[in-house]
Write a protein that binds this ligand. Sequence first.
Ligand SMILES: NC(=O)c1ccc[n+]([C@@H]2O[C@H](COP(=O)([O-])OP(=O)(O)OC[C@H]3O[C@@H](n4cnc5c(N)ncnc54)[C@H](OP(=O)(O)O)[C@@H]3O)[C@@H](O)[C@H]2O)c1
Length: 280
Amino acid sequence: MSHADRYLMAGVMGWPVMHSRSPKIHNYWFAKYGLAGTYVPLAISPEGLRAALRALPALGFSGCNLTIPHKEAAFEAVDRVDPLARRIGAINCVVVAPDGSLDGRNTDGFGYIESIREGHPGWRADAGPIVVIGAGGGARAVLVSLADQGAKEIRLVNRSPARAQALVQEFGAPIKAIAWNDRHAALDGAAMLVNTTSQGMAGQSPLDLSLDALPPAALVSDIIYIPRETPLLTAARQRGNRTVNGLGMLLHQARPAFHAWFGVMPEVTAELRAMIDATI
Ligand SMILES: NC(=O)c1ccc[n+]([C@@H]2O[C@H](COP(=O)([O-])OP(=O)(O)OC[C@H]3O[C@@H](n4cnc5c(N)ncnc54)[C@H](OP(=O)(O)O)[C@@H]3O)[C@@H](O)[C@H]2O)c1
């Protein structure tokens, strides 16, 4: 059966309550591309994940996104995991194959790189040292995608040193760990600074980082999108650095998923961005 012959279904599985913006994004694209379909939020408990994923083919779903707490547990529940998702260590997208088997993928790294290129088409990962703050789940997608884009030196700074060291062990060159106390000086000569910690998110303290040593030409990116402009991005903008917030990553990670499920590579239009921005 082709896409045109059936009602298209996909969803996002999370637990317990989801504040996912994915339904708005995908349902916007169904309307924009004239496809008959629906994308729904599905509250699935950790115990129910396997059964819920296995039910997707019978329910007529083309696939689903996964959010907290399912991104790691899904490794055991799908039939194949692509190499990129394995390296990132998380599955955020499941695709139902024609025979009903399940593919696990990760589109966060794609979303991150596209979000940088959208605002700065000339950006290159090999333009100079990149400082990444944070070593959690978000950092893994950022680190893998920057390395794949050709970054030559990534200075990884995390409050808990063991976590940064573990990522250096796992990913190897070009990543090296820098002590938390040396984070301010680590900005010296950097072409790019990325915050992947939760510091600066609404309800959290700002990231404790002095930008004094950061070159004025450096690009500053924060994967947080609530608020739109974190204290880090405000400080960077005020001293003349170019900035990118986390909204683009959220929007662009959805594109390859929609393409894999429904055969159309959708665009992040100004209208879509404004619609999602209005929810923040
Ligand atoms: N735009 C997007 O699409 C997107 C995608 C993914 C994540 N995000 C955002 O990225 C942020 C991090 O998410 P995550 O999933 O990576 O979280 P996570 O796995 O829990 O990692 C949290 C990171 O923040 C650090 N951290 C927490 N409190 C800190 C403090 N007081 N001082 C210094 N560092 C601190 C942690 O350091 P320790 O190791 O020392 O605890 C760790 O590196 C969230 O705001 C999330 O919304 C955005």
